[in-house]
Design a protein around this ligand. Structure first.
Ligand SMILES: N[C@@H](CCC(=O)N[C@@H](CS)C(=O)NCC(=O)O)C(=O)O
Length: 200
């Protein structure tokens, strides 16, 4: 398998963590979608990472790729076989990914020339982040894992989100505001798959 990814993308990191956790061999094809000479468009018409090539077929979107990887033989299952439990895990993933999209919107907006930046847009995105983080913090509470007392794709999505948020928007001291979420992320972040994929 060949994974088209940039090393800082939180969505691509989800897939790198899954591949490590499932011990599935792959080739990392590094490509930064924002670079002028990026080749991401050869793999994804939307010009986004991640994309995954396997057996002549190319898959796009981290949620789709995560589901595809579940079809591969591995001792570790990250999406439950039970349909309702699977939806609950994907719900947690969608929540984390949605918060991540809002955070990326702020990150990109801040890269624009100051006179072009919209404070109203930034505040709108920050509202989604704050509501989402409070929801996650309450959902996780004292638990070790977000769903069903079992490590899953939902946990991977949340840790990739929070570590990206700390990495790119460090001015928000969320660990103080959301202590349950912080405890949970710090604990899970010790797993080798997170350590070996952490952006510098
Ligand atoms: N829903 C997509 C989002 C992927 C995404 O937004 N990737 C960003 C990098 S973090 C990207 O490639 N952006 C380039 C662009 O939007 O043109 C997924 O989960 O894979």
């Amino acid at each position: 398998m060949e994974l088209i990814a940039s090393l800082t993308s939180p969505f691509a990191r989800k897939i790198r963590v899954i591949l490590e956790e499932k011990q599935l061999p792959y080739i990392l094809h590094e490509s930064i979608p924002w670079d002028a000479d990026t080749d991401v468009g050869n793999y994804n018409p939307l010009g986004k990472v991640p994309a995954l090539v396997d057996g002549g077929k190319t898959w796009i979107d981290s949620a789709v790729i995560a589901e595809f990887l579940e079809t591969k033989e591995s001792e570790l299952s990250l999406i439950p076989k039970d349909p309702l439990k699977a939806v609950e895990v994907k719900h947690a993933e969608a929540l984390a990914d949605g918060i991540c999209e809002a955070a990326i919107n702020i990150f990109l907006e801040r890269k624009r020339a100051p006179e072009l930046q919209s404070q109203a847009w930034i505040e709108r995105q920050q509202g989604k982040i704050n509501n989402g983080l409070k929801y996650l913090n309450d959902l996780i509470g004292q638990k070790e894992f977000i769903c069903h007392n079992t490590y899953s794709l939902g946990d991977i999505a949340v840790v990739c989100l929070m570590e990206w948020y700390s990495f790119r928007l460090p001015e928000h001291d969320w660990e103080l505001e959301y202590p349950e979420l912080a405890r949970y992320c710090n604990h899970l972040g010790e797993r080798v798959a997170f350590q070996s994929t952490r952006p510098e």
